[in-house]
Design a protein around this ligand. Sequence first.
Ligand SMILES: *Cc1c(COP(=O)(O)O)cnc(C)c1O
Length: 478
Amino acid sequence: MIDKITNLEQEARKLEPSKEDRQNYLQLIAQYAEDLLQNLPEAPANIPPIDEGKGLHNSPISDSPITPAQAIELIRDNIDQQALNPASGRYLAYVPGGGVYPAALGDYLAAVANRYSGVYYASPGAVRLENILIRWMCDMVGFPAEISGGNLTSGGSIANLIGIIAARDSTKLKSREYEQAVFYVTTQTHHCVRKAIRVAGMADSIIREVDMDERFRMNTQALETQIKTDMMAGLRPLMVIGSAGTTDVGAVDPLEAIAQVAKKYDLWFHVDAAYGGFFLLTELGKSIIKGIHKADSIVIDPHKGLFLPYGSGVILVKHLKKLYESQHTTANYMQDTYDVDEYSPADLSPELSRHFRGLRMWLPLKLLGVAPFKAALDEKIYLCRYFYQAMKKLEGFELGPQPDLSITFFRYTATNENLNQFNEKLAKAIQQDGRIFLSTTLINNQYYLRMAILNFRTHKADIDLALQIIQEKVAALQ
Ligand SMILES: *Cc1c(COP(=O)(O)O)cnc(C)c1O
């Protein structure tokens, strides 16, 4: 047996590369990352996929290793050289963010040190760092210091799920009563909310789509009328979900007025601010998103408005105790971890072992300071207004309402062709060209192109290029 152990050890020790190997890996990967960043200003925002990364199958997972150079080649050819490029400042689709560089270094350090951030006992510093970030965001939304808190999640969908489950559990509804529970949303509410309601075991509950005004914001009169009707019918109004920046058109619901209705009828008020939340860092943003502090829970996505790489969402809850009661559990083998001062992430989310995701947010904020983030956010709002005004001056375009934040939509109407068909062709032509990338949506069954500005690398020259390309493509299609 000793021989066997010795032999196994020899092979197993390869899992710890030598100092020379580590330096070699790091140097090659850093050089590759540097090339990506250097080329970014000229790189397309979309490269229509050549083979959709099928080359990866030529190098199956096996016992034999490949060199770092071969690995980088596979990544470059199959992943980084095909399809959408959300790191580009000319990626103006869905909800961009970009990925600030120091966040990648935070991830690197978190992975190398591999501190356990799930429970306070294992790494008080890691948990404290995350709680400091959560406190900072609670202050930003105006939640009271002593009672509020939250959890850093992998994204907005999971954060919404955690919020919906906290609301469900706080009402003490029995599962047999879920059929009577009512959620209030609008047609603009992000689709992950419906999914979360289903995943929360409430597929049989009722979801009311409340009417909106002409700017796609929830009509609170209609909300109140619907709640009253539902109560008279013996239903159990549970939760109203407002949006601070809808994904589709960037609309901000009247949060103050919704909060009043929610309070009057004792509903949990949840605000999905995954897209818009970080605009609250600036005076301009605060003047647009008013009353969010009256919510019971709020979702924000640092991988959108704080420009972090994908994998960062947040749920904030005004009464943190309610989130703790919803998520906390115990186990015999965890007994060493209980007697501590700070809440642990594991008590506030379904996760136990988890990525120390706080470091990727803390490091950029510390190395760069908050000021450039604020400037970039205001810049995005003004760039959207600039684009909107420039489009208004062009012949033949129909625009959505004045944008609340940094998303707007438009279509071309000066054609005899079917408008949906023409605008689909227009979008495809822009996407194939690839210098900029725009996504599309359907509003009242009409096909529109969206302009979504939230990448920290997007500046005026990129918007000017977008304006030029849109006109070029319309002319070519005419
Ligand atoms: C992006 C977004 C979501 C979903 O968040 P993910 O981070 O993609 O999971 C939810 N709501 C809104 C308003 C969003 O913009």
